[in-house]
Design a protein around this ligand. Structure first.
Ligand SMILES: *Cc1c(COP(=O)(O)O)cnc(C)c1O
Length: 357
């Protein structure tokens, strides 16, 4: 158990008046969680304090060598006003897998869950009420040694901030246009693709910016070695329905982020009797299936959008218009079920929903 010290703000900020204009990650709540790490002592001084800037030395290691990780999950307001989390233990497990990869000391899983729960409980009035809105939870850890030598830091800060976020689909689910990225790569075998680190995003910005300039929502990443196999889409994992079979790239090469939405979708689909195959999937196979009229659906999965149907996939001269540019039955069923579980309308599997208060 963390011995959490809570220092409350006296002047609480006004809550956003118009929940239809929340957007994503622009407004932050009144308080944040902080805990320090010092070599020889371990994690210490867990506290909840008013949300505000950090004071850091310019030599602070994270600024130079990007020893940093983050997580992302949401708190949902159910119809009876209770506040729910979706599989938070999975985020904490992944946080420690990321930590191991980039030499950040692990956090006790029970302590991390307690920190999330206590902060969300304190800020429960910030969980928005409108359909599809939620409170985004962003835990992150960064290296704070004030020196420029390249080695793992001996000191860190673990922080959690909260942001009320809008409905991803205010006008209903619109399929997105995706560009297959052929020049840049996001991750390679042996790299940090499976870890949720800011550095992966820094490396991906150029491709994302170029795709947006050309009118696409995101890029589809191919494997970094042969540029042949499908990895994932932007910040989402990806599924294809080919001739009734549901296929998603396997995680064994370590270059794909193991999404919690991804694994939840696989579990749900299998429980409904669908065949889900996790394997290497070549882009050429998807294009071939499309030509033969066997590509039924394609969609991305992630915490932010839950399910994002791919209406159009462009690779060089190949332009695939999938499922008539409409959401397909598999994506729709997953979306309805997952959002139903997250907002407490449908019962999920044992342990999927954790009640905060
Ligand atoms: C976070 C993330 C995902 C989605 O993971 P979820 O746990 O489902 O939110 C997918 N790809 C990347 C690169 C990510 O950072």
């Amino acid at each position: 158990m963390l011995d959490l010290k809570i220092t409350k703000r006296k002047d609480l900020k006004p809550k956003p008046a118009d929940e239809s204009k929340l957007g994503f990650g622009r407004i932050f709540t009144d308080h944040m969680f902080i805990m320090n790490y010092t070599e020889g002592i371990g994690w210490h001084d867990p506290r909840i304090v008013p949300y505000g800037p950090f004071e850091l030395e310019p030599s602070c290691m994270v600024f130079h060598y990007a020893q940093e990780m983050f997580e992302g999950l949401k708190a949902y307001r159910a119809a009876d006003n209770s506040i729910l989390l979706f599989r938070p233990q999975k985020n904490i497990e992944r946080m420690n897998r990321t930590n191991r990869r980039i030499c950040i000391p692990e956090v006790n899983p029970d302590d991390a869950l307690q920190a999330i729960m206590e902060l969300v409980k304190l800020e429960r009035d910030w969980v928005p009420h409108s359909e599809g809105t939620s409170l985004y939870i962003r835990p992150f850890i960064f290296a704070t040694d004030p020196q420029l030598g390249v080695h793992p830091s001996k000191t860190y800060i673990f922080a959690i901030i909260l942001s009320p976020v809008g409905s991803y689909y205010p006008e209903g689910i619109n399929p997105v246009k995706i560009l297959v990225e052929t020049e840049y790569v996001r991750a390679v075998r042996g790299g940090t693709g499976f870890a949720k680190v800011g550095g992966n995003y820094a490396a991906s910005l150029i491709a994302q910016a170029e795709a947006e300039r050309l009118g696409f929502a995101q890029v589809l990443w191919l494997d970094g070695i042969e540029h042949k196999y499908i990895d994932e889409v932007g910040s989402m994992n990806v599924f294809f329905v080919i001739d009734g079979e549901i296929i998603t790239p396997s995680l064994d090469q370590g270059n794909i982020l193991p999404g919690i939405t991804r694994s939840s979708c696989i579990e749900l689909l299998r429980s409904w009797g669908y065949t889900v195959t996790e394997r290497k999937l070549a882009l050429s196979e998807v294009i071939e299936a499309y030509r033969n009229g066997k590509l039924d659906e394609a969609f991305g999965t992630g915490t932010a959008a839950v399910i994002s149907p791919i209406g159009e996939l462009v690779s060089g001269d190949d332009r695939l218009v999938i499922g008539d540019n409409k959401i397909g039955p598999v994506a729709q069923k997953l979306y309805d079920t997952l959002t139903g579980i997250q907002w407490g309308r449908i019962k999920g599997f044992e342990g999927w929903v954790v009640k905060v208060c």
